[in-house]
Design a protein around this ligand. Structure first.
Ligand SMILES: Nc1ncnc2c1ncn2[C@@H]1O[C@H](COP(=O)(O)OP(=O)(O)OP(=O)(O)O)[C@@H](O)[C@H]1O
Ligand SMILES: [Mg+2]
Length: 217
């Protein structure tokens, strides 16, 4: 459950202050999925970073699963971030680590062995079982993004934030990746917010919002 109330966020731009989010409100019920559209520079990534606890608003409230992020100290925020799954456009995989090591990276390469079944199920669902020893450069873009999804989901996040996860993929692979991502989040009852520029891909989502002039439609 996400509740954003009257959030303002601005950035200093030389001597001027540039308002990015202007009294923005958003409510996403528990386990619901939302697609976030908006022009380049409209503040989509900024909003995801506020929800991830990576940025703090100038004013207003950001509440996720009952926790008011503006009231958390650094230690509590670090703990909160461990329950967020982040997926990026450029995958952000570590080139010197294998697929398996990249997926387990959040667990410091030490995923508890009693959860081995869960790991196997996830990599199976994502069609990565036969690629676990490969290095990222040996994978296609779609495969690399599926590694990004596995890495984001393995640690049981409450909320997955995906920032243009299909930005580097062709249409067919984009559909596959979004279908998998939405299915896996639905099975696990995870809130998902996905930034996309594609109206076609937004059709996988119950809830579609557009960011414009610092507010959501
Ligand atoms: N670190 C920063 N310092 C100063 N300004 C920034 C910084 N990051 C982003 N901005 C500005 O904030 C505004 C919103 O940026 P943001 O990255 O949230 O947009 P976006 O909607 O994600 O765009 P895109 O679709 O291109 O990814 C832009 O005008 C951008 O130039
Ligand atoms: Mg962005």
């Amino acid at each position: 459950m996400i509740e954003v109330k009257n959030v303002c966020f601005s950035r200093a731009d030389g001597s001027q202050t540039h308002t990015i989010l202007n009294a923005l409100n958003l409510s996403v019920p528990k386990a619901e999925h939302m697609a976030l559209l908006g022009d380049s520079g409209s503040g989509k990534t900024t909003l995801l970073h506020l929800l991830a606890g990576l940025l703090q608003p100038d004013s207003g409230a950001v509440k996720v699963n009952g926790q008011e992020l503006t009231r958390l100290n650094e230690h509590e925020l670090a703990f909160y971030r461990r329950k967020i799954g982040l997926i990026f456009q450029h995958y952000q995989l570590l080139e010197c680590l294998t697929v398996k090591q990249n997926i387990m990276f959040q667990h410091k390469l030490n995923f508890p062995t009693q959860n081995a079944d869960e790991f196997d199920q996830l990599v199976d669902a994502l069609g990565l079982a036969h690629k676990l020893s490969a290095l990222p450069h040996q994978l296609s873009g779609g495969e690399q993004q599926r590694v990004g999804i596995a890495r984001a989901l393995l640690h049981h996040p409450h909320l997955v934030l995906a920032d243009e996860p299909t930005g580097n993929l062709d249409l067919k692979r984009s559909h596959q990746v979004v279908q998998l991502l939405t299915e896996l989040c639905r099975e696990r009852q995870i809130n998902l917010i996905m930034v996309t520029h594609s109206h076609q891909l937004s059709e996988y989502f119950q809830n579609v919002k557009t960011l414009k002039d610092g507010q959501l439609d």
